[in-house]
Design a protein around this ligand. Structure first.
Ligand code: ADP
Length: 270
């Protein structure tokens, strides 16, 4: 009963309880702060394309622009801003899903090399258009137990970045190898690279090395944050190394599994 409980709750226990309580409220405060920062960054990101659209539309209205060609050009720019808004909102929705852990992984064991080859085929036209040589180097086939669609999103994002931040005539290579019990995927480019001071931050939400440049390439600054979340949901790791003016290297390690046939054979054997 209450009195008995009061007796056993000695001074030490009370100070222990109050300490945990303080830690808990500090944690809640930090979470609240992070959430507020997220909401204000997100709002800021959404306001930028809106502001551009407002200027474009107002100049048509107030400057009495009637030349159909010019109106068409302005509307084309508005259309691009709408695309950008859509990209940001899609990325935000994915991020929130991953955050809530409500993103259900549809896992199956699959050969990573197949996913790489498939993704490269999708991205090849972009590389050709930018005159960048896109190649893959499958050193060893490795099976991974994961969500193929989500992991394809990871690859697409990484190779897309590599292509985005590499000038014409450059090279992007995706390598697959086995490293201990991991499938190691390397995405290397000969692009502009990332300054050393920015390296620790590039997986943060909304972080961009060069805001203007990233915006002009349609970046939201959310791609790598999403990529890291997906990789971590698969118990994997992602790291970056880079040298300004020389290129970047992203390394993704995902736990490997035995090929399904082998598993079955082992199960059948007595
Ligand atoms: P964004 O949508 O702006 O590309 P990301 O989250 O994908 O956002 O990347 C964050 C930032 O990291 C980018 O704005 C860019 O400055 C830098 N970055 C990412 N990948 C590369 C790369 N391969 N080469 C150079 N910079 C890169």
């Amino acid at each position: 009963n209450y009195h008995q409980r009061m007796k056993v709750t000695g001074h030490n226990e009370i100070s222990h309880l109050s300490e945990s309580f303080n830690q808990m409220s500090e944690r809640i405060e930090t979470m609240e702060k992070l959430r507020n920062e997220f909401v204000s960054s997100a709002s800021h990101e959404l306001k930028t394309p809106l502001a551009s659209m407002k200027i474009l539309v107002e100049s048509i209205i107030h400057q009495g622009i009637t030349d159909p060609e010019m109106v068409k050009e302005f509307l084309g720019d508005v259309d691009l801003e709408i695309d950008r808004l859509n990209n940001i909102i899609n990325d935000l929705l994915t991020l929130v899903q991953v955050d809530k852990q409500s993103l259900v992984l549809h896992k199956s064991a699959f050969p990573m090399q197949e996913l790489i080859i498939r993704t490269m085929k999708v991205l090849n036209p972009i590389a050709e258009q930018k005159k960048i040589q896109l190649a893959f180097d499958i050193r060893e086939g490795v099976y991974v137990d994961g969500d193929m669609a989500k992991l394809q999103q990871v690859l697409m994002n990484l190779v897309d970045n590599a292509l985005k931040y590499t000038p014409e005539g450059g090279q992007v290579v995706v390598t697959l190898l086995r490293k201990d019990n991991y499938a190691r995927i390397l995405v290397a480019d000969t692009g502009i690279g990332i300054p050393e001071a920015d390296l620790p931050h590039i997986f943060e939400r909304f972080y961009r090395v060069d805001k203007a440049r990233s915006r002009s390439t349609g970046g939201t600054g959310l791609g790598l944050a999403i990529v890291r979340q997906i990789v971590e949901m698969h118990d994997g790791t992602i790291t970056v190394s880079s040298k300004e003016g020389e290129g970047s290297l992203i390394t993704v390690d995902l736990p490997s599994v035995e090929p399904p046939e082998k598993l079955q054979q082992e199960e059948v054997q007595p």
